[in-house]
Design a protein around this ligand. Structure first.
Ligand code: BG6
Ligand code: MG
Length: 222
């Protein structure tokens, strides 16, 4: 029986996946790297430093960056990102999410956030959604980032729910892998071809609904 739904934050609750992309794109342009939206799929769900490594792997020459330079680039990206998210307001929640959360609550199904971002609390605060989730786990307390299951397992543990009784919702390839590695039911948001391992993929959060999540979960665990 489905007992909890664990949401990724960036790109699932609100469109901060776009803000991360725009901030990395600015750094990529500056370094004249051929950074595309398709390549950006690999960065989704991945930690800040790992994202930077992926971005720099686009460099045709084997440029060597010092630890100091890497740190500065990551810091600059984060400053750009923080500027973008400072504008986030409650109406920026993605379509279907408020209705889904309300419906889950009514059915007694718990909700949590499992985010790889160190800015997760700032985003949730600007959305004024702090009270909407039973548990919020962000990058601050996690050692291994997605695709490692740690953040999803930590959320389930804090909820007091077995992983098998959880559905995870993600817009990132690394995130879907993390959900599956956690032995949970994996729901992807985005293009089907990006998520061959998800148990179900929706094109948009607007299509999410509690009844279907319960059905999909039942089929996965049976
Ligand atoms: C994830 C995003 O939620 O958080 C990634 O999908 C991002 O794109 C990662 O790199 C880390 O975020 P932050 O805010 O700690 O740089
Ligand atoms: Mg995401």
């Amino acid at each position: 029986e489905l007992q909890a739904v664990i949401f990724d934050l960036d790109g699932v609750i609100t469109d901060t996946a776009e803000h991360h992309y725009l901030a990395w794109k600015a750094i990529g342009d500056e370094l004249k790297l051929p950074f595309t939206r398709e390549f950006n799929e690999k960065l989704k769900g991945v930690s800040r430093l790992e994202s930077l490594r992926l971005l720099l792997s686009l460099s045709p020459t084997e440029l060597q960056y010092s630890e100091q330079q890497l740190h500065e680039l990551a810091e600059r990206k984060n400053e750009l990102y923080k500027q973008l998210i400072s504008q986030i307001k409650p109406s920026d929640v993605l379509p279907g999410i408020p209705e889904l959360i309300a419906d889950l609550k009514q059915r007694g199904i718990k909700t949590a956030i499992a985010s790889a971002s160190k800015n997760a609390f700032a985003v949730i605060r600007n959305l004024q959604m702090e009270q909407q989730f039973d548990v919020i786990v962000d990058a601050a307390t996690i050692k291994n980032s997605k695709p490692d299951p740690e953040v999803f397992l930590a959320a389930a543990q804090q909820l007091g729910v077995e992983p098998k009784a959880c559905v995870g919702i993600e817009d990132a390839v690394a995130g879907v892998e993390a959900i599956i590695a956690a032995d949970m039911t994996a729901i992807a948001i985005g293009k089907q071809e990006h998520f061959p391992h998800a148990h179900h993929t929706y094109a948009s959060t607007a299509e999410l609904n509690a009844e279907q999540l319960i059905d999909i979960h039942r089929k996965v665990i049976s």
